[in-house]
Design a binder for this molecule. Structure first.
Ligand code: AHR
Length: 492
């Protein structure tokens, strides 16, 4: 099978936002407690953070992390999680039916972000919380000392503001499962009130309005339209969420899923443009894909049964899931003109790239796919023409066997390529209007389609150096079936 990827440096889509390489940390299951934070672990540093987990997460080169939920956010009162630990309350947590000890809160989260090099991103409670409580949280985090909540932060050990730049106006408020769920117009009013007060408190912050929690929602787009109309200029971004899976064991179909990811992005983009035009506004809301991943196996587990850190949503990933994770990121890169933030959901144990068991840790297959792209994160996304064979999937329509993204970074070109074929090699040639001089580095992720990593076999699926490129002005390589290749070329 032969495919040509034709690129031209004068056909840019847009600068790739570094913030599309984000993550998400929720008070859910073993994500925080026994995940990133475990004072009892042999790996804990002086502040109870797990150094082995931090070291692994650092490799992902994430730029921004969203916190504290998720569904959790809609019942969370931030003041429960600040101040002396011994006086923080243990509370019933209703989103996941767990117990929340509140020993990890805002200060710990910001401290973790600083250790790893992430920008913090906070989702306020617009379910059971008030717009004013959200405003107060902005003051706690971002105001200089001299007023009530800023002084409380200083008393808790941080005289300097945390400078949290991005704030989500609640979470999945369109979903009936969400605490405090309301129709779009009511959420729009609530979010408008909150955003106004939050921005009045700190004019530098950017806000993310809750968009639809998936394209399957009955109110998809109508919800987004109404919310954006209510918020006007107060919404800098609108959120998208998407969890996918190979529910019927049809890998041919599953690997065509990027069609529907592209479509979801393009539909929400159209909606935001529509609202901006109707408002005759010079600015528009950008897309913030603040929850995305594969998640379909570890569902419906009956909740946390009133315990602290129950094992919930502990999805195990195989190679085909890693290919799909690469496809999500490639879709974001191809939509660099509108997708400006994206957060892999989540980080550790809970639908995460990293798993822990006691003091052990292993990296899931999706870890490698994410890292292979995030380590090549700078540049301008290029529009690519794919000339080659295609197939028609039952659920997602027609796709090329090659899924791709390409970025031009000065004298470097990054090319990402998935061969979707389950049984055939794909001979790929990459052509650019500039001459490709050599491979700087290239790696491949390739294994049995269903292969997983585990505590006993942590490297069964791992990226390996790829030396298959033949470079002569253009570049040519044979990509094995169901594989993902990430390459950086030097240009002449
Ligand atoms: O990431 C897991 C959950 O999925 C989040 O809490 C929620 O926002 C979404 O439904």
């Amino acid at each position: 099978m032969e495919t040509k990827l034709v690129l031209h440096s004068q056909f840019p889509i847009g600068e790739v936002s570094p913030l599309i390489f984000g993550g998400f940390l929720e008070h859910l299951g073993r994500s925080i407690y026994t995940g990133v934070y475990d004072p009892d672990s042999a790996h804990a540093d002086g502040e109870g953070m797990r150094q082995d987990v931090i070291e692994a997460l650092r490799e992902l080169e994430m730029t921004i992390v969203r916190y504290p939920g998720g569904n959790f956010a809609s019942g969370y009162h931030w003041r429960d999680g600040v101040g002396p630990r011994e006086s923080r309350p243990t509370v019933r947590e209703l989103a996941w039916q767990s117990l929340e000890p509140n020993t990890f809160g805002t200060d710990e989260f910001v401290n973790l972000c600083r250790k790893v090099g992430w920008q913090p991103m906070i989702a306020v409670n617009l379910g059971t919380g008030s717009p004013e409580e959200a405003r107060d949280w902005v003051e706690y985090c971002n105001s200089p000392i001299g007023t009530r909540y800023a002084d409380e932060r200083a008393a808790n050990g941080s005289a300097d503001p945390f400078d949290v730049p991005i704030w989500c106006l609640g979470n999945e408020m369109d979903g009936p499962w969400q605490l405090g769920h309301v129709p779009a117009d009511q959420y729009g009013i609530r979010a408008q009130q909150a955003a106004k007060m939050m921005k009045d408190c700190d004019r530098s912050i950017a806000t993310v309005a809750c968009g639809s929690s998936g394209s399957q929602m009955p109110t998809f787009l109508e919800w987004d339209r109404q919310v954006l109309e209510h918020l006007g200029d107060l919404a800098d971004y609108v959120s998208l969420h998407r969890y996918v899976g190979n529910r019927d064991g049809n890998s041919v179909d599953y690997l065509a899923i990027s069609n529907s990811i592209d479509r979801q992005i393009e539909a929400v983009d159209a909606c935001t443009r529509l609202v901006a035009e109707q408002r005759r506004a010079s600015s528009r809301a950008w897309l913030c894909f603040d929850e995305w991943n594969v998640w379909y196996r570890a569902r419906g587990q009956g909740g946390g049964r009133g315990t602290i850190a129950p094992p919930l949503l502990e999805e195990r990933y195989n190679l085909e899931d890693a290919l799909v994770v690469a496809m999500f990121l490639m879709s974001f890169i191809r939509h660099a003109d509108c997708v400006k933030i994206a957060n892999l959901a989540q980080l550790v144990n809970v639908i995460g790239p990293v798993m822990t068991r006691g003091d052990e840790l292993f990296k899931q297959t999706i870890f490698h796919a994410f890292r292979m792209i995030s380590s090549r994160k700078t540049g301008v996304s290029l529009r690519g023409a794919v000339v080659g064979p295609r197939y028609t999937s039952e659920r997602y329509g027609e796709v090329a066997y090659l899924d791709h993204a390409a970025m031009l970074d000065g004298d470097r070109l990054h090319v990402f390529a998935v061969n979707r074929s389950l049984d055939e090699d794909l001979r790929l040639s990459v052509e650019l209007d500039r001459s490709i001089a050599k491979v700087v580095d290239a790696e491949i992720l390739h294994a049995e389609l269903q292969a997983e990593n585990d505590f006993d076999a942590p490297d069964r699926v791992s990226s390996a150096p790829f030396d298959g490129w033949l470079v002569q002005g253009s570049a040519e390589a044979v990509l094995p079936p169901h594989s993902f290749t990430a390459t950086t070329f030097a240009l002449r």
